[in-house]
Write a protein that binds this ligand. Sequence first.
Ligand SMILES: NC(=O)c1ccc[n+]([C@@H]2O[C@H](COP(=O)([O-])OP(=O)(O)OC[C@H]3O[C@@H](n4cnc5c(N)ncnc54)[C@H](O)[C@@H]3O)[C@@H](O)[C@H]2O)c1
Length: 321
Amino acid sequence: MLYLGEKDILEAAGFDELMDTIEDAYFVEHSGEYEMPPRVHVNNGDNTVLYMPCFLNSIFGTKILTLFPGNASKHKPVIQGLVLLNDVETGRPLAIIDGAKLTAVRTGAVGGVGIRHTASISARTLGLVGAGVQGFHQVLFACRARPVARVNLFDSITEKASALAAKLGQALPGVSVEAVNDVNTLLEGSEIVITATPAAKPVLPDDKALLKGKHYLAIGSYKPDMRELPASLYALVDKVFIDTGHGLGESGDLITPLQQNWISREQIVTFAEHLHGAQTAIRPGETTLFKSVGMALFDIVLAELIYRKALQKNIGQKIRV
Ligand SMILES: NC(=O)c1ccc[n+]([C@@H]2O[C@H](COP(=O)([O-])OP(=O)(O)OC[C@H]3O[C@@H](n4cnc5c(N)ncnc54)[C@H](O)[C@@H]3O)[C@@H](O)[C@H]2O)c1
């Protein structure tokens, strides 16, 4: 059996390849050739464990992810976990993969694919609200999806935004990365806006004039009582693109707008449907919104890619079982 840690994951596969594989995952989803139950949320107070299995034709796997919000104040990662990959014919365990890194990379790749298809081709400026682990990876992938020249960062903890600005500045030579003092400044200077926070209340102002004409990518809310997006954003978009229909039962950024009639069910379109339909070009000045909650299918297609590339490149630690 193989163990693949953080560094192995990044060494095994490149960013464009990871995004292309997520695009393929939407085609697998559309074909129906997979087996994936709704993920199991087990809650204990504020802490959550997610169990996420998925069978593909070629492999199967399970991600177990812990989300412990209190870890933030202990300077420990909020999200931790492992992915177990198994042989599809015999069930034999093949690999264990770092679940925190795989999650950050797959969520970044899902966001990047969202940007590829729903953000203006000419977008050069990016804003990130929530300078955490996901935020870092979202920006890296967004900068592969569009030739971003400027990144604006905002976090409710100022030091986190400054620290991420320094880290991204190193990771993205040639891109100007700066922490800004407020979300309004971020919106004024950003054509693509990513929210990656565990917020319970909207992190963007409820102000149509400021929100209009941008591409939004919201990844934070995965529970009914979590929301990042304000009501007026929904009045600006024709459609809300979602990475998986499971989000309709999970995220406050979909449940509340439907309950309040800010948006109709017909306006919510899964990305698998979108990629298979007649896609229209983004109109100049159009506001678009992509909401992601993630699903095991994404984790397992990427885990398979990383596992097979790692075998080819002789990466990882062999474990005798
Ligand atoms: N869509 C997906 O597939 C997916 C995958 C992984 C994680 N997530 C979710 O994304 C969110 C972020 O995860 P993470 O691992 O980056 O967490 P993290 O703790 O590393 O980062 C979150 C950041 O958001 C900041 N923040 C919190 N409230 C804020 C607010 N109101 N305004 C501005 N900044 C605020 C925090 O200070 C922190 O820096 C979580 O809710 C997580 O569950 C979604």
